[in-house]
Write a protein that binds this ligand. Structure first.
Ligand code: SF4
Length: 233
């Protein structure tokens, strides 16, 4: 186990790396993370595709890939997770909420996602991730600047002040075309729903198909003002 650095050291490291690695290739950013944090570094994946997990496995074979199983995923998403665990040189770790869907229904009433999606996401996504990330100093995401205006300023390496961790977004500068090219070149696993009208995939009750010409994230929490689950706020 790699020794943990103090928060002030981590914050300074994040800010320095964010400046120095802004123009670096994604693989180099992940190699830096592997060197800096070793086993105290993980990748999070929604299993929309396995691009960042694939890149991380090249930089750090056996890297921990953390997946949040909210209990509401499409079967295709769970299947993608299982396929990633079976064929890639990564250690998939599945985090679950404190309560099952049935227990949440008993406590808050059924279909909390329709009535209070912020609370549902807090219970089923934000809280389990907070708990699951405790043993790490740094985590990597698949955030991209071109996905939405709220992600336009995503640093390739930054300081996650809420969790006191280094947050790495190695493909922040990539476009969808870059992702597609990487998937094609390396034969990376992707969620079959991507080819079935779902360019952005979350929980089944909160994700709908997107029509031709619509924004790629317009199928998430459609009909409400919610645009993010709270993991990246
Ligand atoms: Fe609940 Fe929907 Fe958030 Fe999933 S995306 S945790 S179902 S509100």
């Amino acid at each position: 186990m790699t020794t943990r650095l103090e928060d002030t050291d981590l914050e300074g490291l994040a800010e320095k790396a964010g400046r120095e690695l802004e123009d670096a290739p994604a693989l180099d950013i992940l190699r830096w993370a592997a060197d800096a944090f070793g086993s105290r570094f993980c990748v999070t994946s929604s299993m929309e595709d396995a691009v960042v997990a694939h890149l991380a496995s090249r930089a750090f074979p056996g890297v921990d890939v953390v997946f949040l199983d909210t209990g509401y995923h499409f079967p295709e998403t769970i299947g993608t997770r299982d396929a990633v665990a079976a064929v890639m040189d990564v250690n998939v770790i599945t985090l679950t909420p404190r309560r099952t869907v049935a227990e949440q229904d008993a406590e808050h009433g059924p279909r909390l996602h329709d009535r209070n999606p912020d609370l549902c996401c807090a219970l089923r996504k934000v809280q389990p991730l907070e708990e699951g990330l405790r043993e790490y100093d740094a985590w990597a995401t698949g955030l991209r600047r071109d996905e939405s205006p709220t992600r336009a300023d995503t640093p390739v390496v930054g300081w996650d002040a809420r969790r006191r961790k280094v947050k790495i977004s190695p493909i922040a500068r990539w476009t969808q075309a870059d992702v597609d090219a990487y998937v094609a070149e390396h034969g990376v696993l992707t969620n079959p729903l991507l080819m079935d009208g779902y360019p952005s995939i979350g929980c089944a009750p909160c994700t709908r198909r997107v029509l031709e010409g619509e924004d790629i994230r317009s199928g998430r929490w459609a009909g409400s003002t919610k645009t993010e689950c709270g993991l990246h706020g």
